[in-house]
Ligand binder design. Sequence first.
Ligand code: ADP
Length: 428
Amino acid sequence: MTTADAPSVGHDTAIRNYQVLVRRYAQLLDLVRDLTSALHLNDLLERVALAATRLVECEGAVVLLRDPLSGELQVGATTHPGLARLRVREFPVESSLAGQVLARGEPIVLSSEALQRPTTQSSLRYYEVALLAPAYPQSFAALPLVSKDVCIGVLEAINRSGGQFSPEDMATLEALAGQAAVAVENMRLFEQSDLIAELVHEIRTPLTALGTAAALLDRSDLGEIQRHSVLSSLRQEIARLNELADEFLDLARLEAGRARFQPTRFSLTPLLAECAEIVMPLMHGNGLKFVRQFDPEGLDLFADRVRIKQVILNLLSNAVKYNSPGGQVTLRARRNAGAPQGDGESCSIEVADSGPGIAAESLPHIFERFYRAKEGEQRAQGTGLGLYIARHIVESHRGRIEVDSQPGQGSEFRVVLPLANIAGRLPG
Ligand code: ADP
């Protein structure tokens, strides 16, 4: 090759790369249109992972989102067969490639040699690289999902077919990551506006009741007894509106990620005793028998104590509200052999009541937002948000909440949470 040839070879390559990019951007435009038609976040994330896999022709991709509450990196979707098989739900922020990208806000691209070397911070390989051992990935690209200057997640592409990720691949993935971040934020905003629409719907009923009460109080022919009754329902509706406002604000903060959890290590037994003391006057006031059965010691959680207390108090107050006269409430806690979502140990906190129970058709909806069972509506006031918030809190702690109920025989709610010493990377 003569020196005179060199510019023309470079020129040809540049034109080829340019053509690849133009073709890819045309493809990208189609894919972005596809992203905007997704109806749910999971659906959207799956489309992003698929788009990345197709655009740069790699073995698979994974989309991770930073959980606004816990700060953890959670797997939203993956097309990588190995990762999909392993069913990994989370990547550790401190030791994964995705965690590095999240912290720096810059893309990282690794060749096969770089992937075989230990990370600079420790003698360990990056989490996702070790996860795919023994067939170590040959090439890896990880890019931040940035929206309004905040890194909300990471897009990873694994094993470019036939080689390493090129600068053109990275440019394509960056364009996709940018669009994906905007689409995720839009999806979250839509979900928020749905929440507001539901709230407006929910406040209509108490507002109508307040209007009717005000009109009645205006009447000169209203007797003293009627006036008292109207005032009492007016106070009830105001209390309901207050409760709705408090719970709605709590939920909005949780969903927007503004309320961050503050996990500490604590023993469950004293917390249960505290909850029992708080609800004791309610139990006595309603003539209910309160039974407590929990292990004296040894159930340590690493969790947000205030939030776990909120969950238990919600279940206990429901057990009082939806009970029958002279009924019973039982609070139990015990150690289980398995963790809520895998190996290890967990504990169960159970709240059982002897009320009329929940109809079979209501059971599947009981943890939904603003859901109130017809049979419970006449029994007690409420907002239909308590159990939805409780589920949100429990699941954010890698736990689960469930209910068993037989109409006429009461209900039993169960919260399963991982114990501190076995809860994955939580301190032992
Ligand atoms: P709220 O009690 O404010 O309506 P929740 O989200 O706490 O809201 O509960 C949702 C619905 O589930 C209630 O409206 C009620 O119909 C039903 N429910 C909850 N706990 C019980 C229980 N222990 N027994 C029977 N029904 C219950």
